[in-house]
Design a binder for this molecule. Structure first.
Ligand SMILES: NC(=O)C1=CN([C@@H]2O[C@H](COP(=O)(O)OP(=O)(O)OC[C@H]3O[C@@H](n4cnc5c(N)ncnc54)[C@H](OP(=O)(O)O)[C@@H]3O)[C@@H](O)[C@H]2O)C=CC1
Ligand SMILES: CC(=O)N[C@@H](CCC(=O)OP(=O)(O)O)C(=O)O
Length: 311
């Protein structure tokens, strides 16, 4: 018996990635839709209610509208938008968050995939808060570099229209300091203060790294490393690097694209016992979107968690 899957938004960036990954599997049958009908509610409704699992790869408002079309109690929804990430009826699809998270995902029919920056941010901060190395009310200021595919088709088109003349420097955004991932970051990282968070988009397609400087006197990079090791020792998709081993390119620049085409989270610790910087790097289209959606699917259907995913 194959698992019947419908991808709503399968002509978009995340939807196309998911289709490609799922098409290679023989435990899945994808429910197709004529591209010309892909936004027709009646056509989508019929398909969603006959699917075992629906992936929503849509903007937030369209995800909310799609949920009004789903009535089958047997259909599990994995939503990639930010519409339901802190909604109490939904389970946050970050298996590495805490020990109980996998069983929550396995037993839920409403799974909300985390945001890309949020994935890197939460997996960096939560173990330090839990270990008492970082106070819950620590005033975090963080920044991030992401490839332009993070902005979906519209941003990809606008960057690629620039041809050989892309912006020469990263473009900071969310300058109102209200980036849409902040609610999920505060909630799941266990913080009591909203961080200052400034992401920026670079002239590269995919890859993301969140940089979190912290000044915690008396806490050595080695003790931070050990807290991560302790928390993530059984996590195949999280690789914690030795302190001050920055995975540098030969030309001494940090390689923002170094986790691309994997579902991996690479965590780096820089600094000394007075000031530190934590960096988490992912592929925004991998662990930041389609990869984690597949990981959640695997957990939900009881397949090997790494089926179709590279670590
Ligand atoms: N790109 C990334 O790195 C990440 C994206 N996400 C989230 O995943 C979701 C999808 O993003 P992404 O794939 O990048 O976005 P895209 O813009 O690339 O794709 C969105 C798709 O949704 C379709 N769509 C838009 N409105 C509707 C509607 N009302 N009904 C049906 N289909 C509709 C679009 O149609 P059309 O083809 O006509 O444009 C398009 O195919 C978003 O919520 C995004 O925030 C999450 C993590 C990372
Ligand atoms: C480059 C870029 O614009 N990236 C998006 C995040 C992509 C992502 O994680 O998507 P969600 O919308 O599902 O949270 C942003 O920062 O808003």
């Amino acid at each position: 018996m194959t698992v019947k899957i419908f991808i709503d938004g399968n002509e978009g960036t995340t939807g196309l990635q998911l289709s490609t990954l799922l098409n290679q599997r023989n435990d899945i049958s994808l429910i197709s839709i004529d591209p010309a009908l892909r936004k027709e509610p009646v056509e989508r409704q019929y398909r969603m209610n006959s699917a075992d699992v629906v992936f929503l790869c849509l903007p937030d408002d369209a995800s909310k509208d799609a949920m009004n079309l789903i009535s089958s109690p047997d259909t599990c929804v994995i939503d990639t938008s930010s519409a339901f990430r802190v909604h109490t009826d939904w389970v946050y699809g970050l298996p590495e968050l805490e020990n109980e998270q996998r069983s929550r995902i396995q037993n839920s029919k409403r799974i909300s995939n985390p945001g890309c920056h949020a994935t890197a941010f939460i997996l960096s901060i939560r173990p330090l808060v839990d270990a008492g190395l970082l106070p819950k009310n620590y005033p975090i200021s963080a920044f991030s570099f992401t490839g332009y595919s993070g902005g979906g088709k519209t941003m990809i088109d606008s960057y690629e229209a620039l041809g050989a003349n892309p912006p020469p420097t990263p473009q900071p955004y969310a300058l109102n300091l209200e980036h849409k991932h902040l609610p999920e970051i505060v909630f799941y990282a266990g913080l009591t203060k909203t961080p200052v968070f400034i992401p920026s988009i670079g002239s590269f397609y995919q890859g993301l790294s969140v940089w979190i400087p912290v000044i915690v006197e008396g806490v050595s990079p080695q003790s931070i490393y050990e807290a991560y090791q302790d928390r993530y020792k059984t996590e195949r998709f999280i690789r914690v690097h030795e302190p001050n081993s920055h995975d540098l390119r030969p030309d001494y620049f940090f390689d923002v694209e170094g986790s691309n085409y994997t579902n991996r989270v690479d965590i780096f610790i820089m600094g000394n016992s007075v000031r530190q910087c934590i960096v988490a790097r992912i592929d925004n289209l991998g662990k930041g979107a389609a990869g984690s959606a597949i990981q959640n699917l695997n957990i939900y259907i009881g397949a090997p968690e790494n089926y179709g995913l590279k670590d």
